[in-house]
Design a protein around this ligand. Sequence first.
Ligand code: PGA
Length: 251
Amino acid sequence: MKQKKIIFNWKMNPESSKDADKLFVFVKKHSNFTIVIAPPSVYLQELASFSKKSSKIKIASQDVFYAPKGSYTGEISVPMLKKMGIWGSIIGHSERRYIFGESDGLISKKIKSALDGKLSVVLCVGERTKMSFNNSWNYVKSQLDKDLSLIQATSYKLQATKLIIAYEPVWSIGGHKTTDASHSALMIKKIKDLLYTRYKIQATTLYGGSVNCQNISSFLEYPEIDGFLVGSASLKEKEISCIINKVNGNK
Ligand code: PGA
């Protein structure tokens, strides 16, 4: 069976770099396959230097801006991340879209800039409220159409390994909302079919939204789900070791 991909999105946690280092060491100690950690940007430099000594951990940013440099207060660029040894960036997370008002137009520029700069992209898409399968798909398809509008199959050499999609129904994010694994598996299949038709790539497509030790087994039953983007649970040692265990096929 193909190794599942795990990305830990720490969001705006933990509070100190000491705690971030501790959590990094814990993940490294317990993982026997490559795990991506997306820490707050203030910890990127240090964790990236730790990760250079280990093939088991890769570091991603939680966002990136499209311009390479200039007057963009608060932003970080693709060249900065590349120079630090960062593997990739989450782009279009629902918290960026709906708390910070990021548009699909902005997200599409960020994706292009990251891929042009050879930074891997984890593009997050997902319907905002609980809705029927058809409506969910129409919502997500429209996001993909707009977010990938600057990526042309013919003019752009797209590598499957560089573009990862995370399907995260927005209503299920937060750490304790139950989700229907079969709905997610079907959505992921549709996303993969679309990317194959358009770019001829088998895009790694993850599920995200309250994934934890208790519910991960129901998602693991679906081979089309290539892995998980984990938020809240990725901050708790017990959850981390349990998730790794279950992904390894242990009951
Ligand atoms: P959650 O977050 O696991 O806490 O629901 C997932 C995400 O927002 O990526």
